[in-house]
Write a protein that binds this ligand. Structure first.
Ligand code: SAM
Ligand code: FES
Length: 330
């Protein structure tokens, strides 16, 4: 699809039903009916940056900061194994306390004591640090570029640099990670043309994974009064990303489930093939509040597992076999 076709498909005046049906068909042909479950470990909410949209930004004094110990992270990984998840995603703010060597040693312990695949989502680091983490055994890395619109990026991320973000994505690839990126949909000032560019960029970067979530305004951030993104736009983005990028892994994101009780189910029906059930310790979940109303904050990991299995059964889908590695490299 070219840019004009993408812009037209993103317009609320276009009936999304044929688009969603096509994305669902391509999803079935390219990645099958299986849904990969990646257990999400939110291991620190300390962050040095001040992204205007993000609830755990450094300047938000209301956040009760926490940091899991290596042993607590290992416990989460054991929980993932007990729930028969094949991989974990370790996510945090940009927490300088975790020097990459220490993080690498936690990764190494998980890799030597379990068969889990590990995805890291820990923000921007040096090329050397990415290499250290990859050498320790981390398989994948998620780093959303958030928006392809350079001007919007610098407004929303006042202490990040657009070119550096993309340099990090290139370094991750060079280090041998399976690389995921993504954006928020419905950011203040974001246009359909820039979302079409986002999708074309997913293709150009040849990503292994693409995560898309609606922007949800957090009252404790500078964008607190901005309108939320719409679920409809985020779903169109998912469907178009599936159509354009074919066999990438695409999650039905927590932000979609937060905007609508059926948000994740809808995403699984228009292109998504991954879910990321939370396996963080329940006592810290409310402190990882990127946006208000986040789902699954009161549930224990076992309850989230039961919930996603029931969701899949309701959709006539099932857990996917295997680790859910990239389909680009086979
Ligand atoms: N610090 C790492 C980074 O920046 O890549 C990883 C953690 S960051 C909290 C994870 C993602 O949360 C961001 O990439 C962003 O897209 C999303 N996010 C943050 N605030 C959000 C909001 N208000 N609404 C929707 N998504 C949000
Ligand atoms: Fe932490 Fe943006 S506020 S990376």
């Amino acid at each position: 699809m070219n840019k004009k076709e993408l812009v037209d498909a993103l317009s609320p005046d276009t009936d999304p039903a044929p688009l969603f049906a096509l994305a669902d068909k391509i999803r079935r042909e390219q990645v099958g009916d299986g849904v990969h479950l990646r257990g999400l470990i939110e291991f620190s909410n300390h962050c040095r940056r001040r992204c205007y949209y993000c609830g755990i930004r450094a300047a938000n004094a209301k956040v009760r900061r926490y940091r899991l110990t290596p042993e607590q992270i290992l416990d989460c990984a054991r929980t993932a194994v007990s729930l028969n998840y094949k991989s974990v995603v370790m996510q945090s703010g940009e927490d300088l306390h975790w020097n990459p060597k220490e993080l690498a040693s936690v990764v190494e312990k998980i890799k030597t004591t379990t068969s889990l695949a590990i995805t890291l989502s820990v923000g921007e680091h040096s090329k050397e640090d990415y290499t250290t983490l990859r050498s320790a055994g981390a398989d994948r890395f998620l780093l959303r570029f958030e928006t392809s619109d350079r001007r919007l990026f610098s407004m929303l991320k006042p202490d990040s640099n657009y070119d550096q973000r993309f340099r990090c994505l290139a370094w991750l690839k060079e280090a041998g990670f399976q690389v995921g990126s993504g954006v928020m949909a419905g950011l203040p000032g974001q246009t359909a043309a820039s979302m079409a560019d986002d999708i074309l960029l997913f293709k150009e970067l040849d990503l292994d994974m693409v995560g898309i979530g609606p922007f949800i305004a957090n009252p404790d951030t500078p964008l607190g009064a901005a309108p939320n993104g719409s679920l409809d736009t985020a779903l169109r983005m998912v469907a178009l990303t599936r159509i354009v990028t074919r066999n990438t892994h695409i999650p039905a994101t927590t932000a979609m489930g937060t905007l609508h009780p059926q948000g994740r189910q809808k995403a699984l029906k228009c292109g998504a093939n991954v879910l990321m059930p939370n396996i963080s310790p329940t006592e810290h979940r409310t402190d990882y509040s990127l946006y208000p109303g986040k789902i699954c904050v009161n549930e224990a990991p076992e309850q989230c597992a039961g919930c996603v299995d029931a969701m899949l059964a309701g959709l006539g889908r099932q857990r996917a076999e295997g680790f859910g590695h990239s389909l680009k490299q086979v």
